[in-house]
Design a protein around this ligand. Sequence first.
Ligand code: FES
Length: 77
Amino acid sequence: MEKRNKPYIQHEEPGLKKYCACSLSRNLPYCDGSHHGTGMHSYKVEIETAKTVAICGCGSSKNKPFCDGSHELLQET
Ligand code: FES
């Protein structure tokens, strides 16, 4: 994902979501298909009830695509 020191906070309605894993999307945090040819794949997540989610923007989460707070350990640039 695009390197930033904070998550993308998104309100999601129920349904299948595809979040970017390659950082090439022009519609972050969502996949726009730009990963084709890289060998990477989007993160597919079924959202069952409307809710707000925090999608990792720093690339350091161990629970991708979700933020796990690891960005707190990064220095501001
Ligand atoms: S934005 Fe990556 S862990 Fe929070």
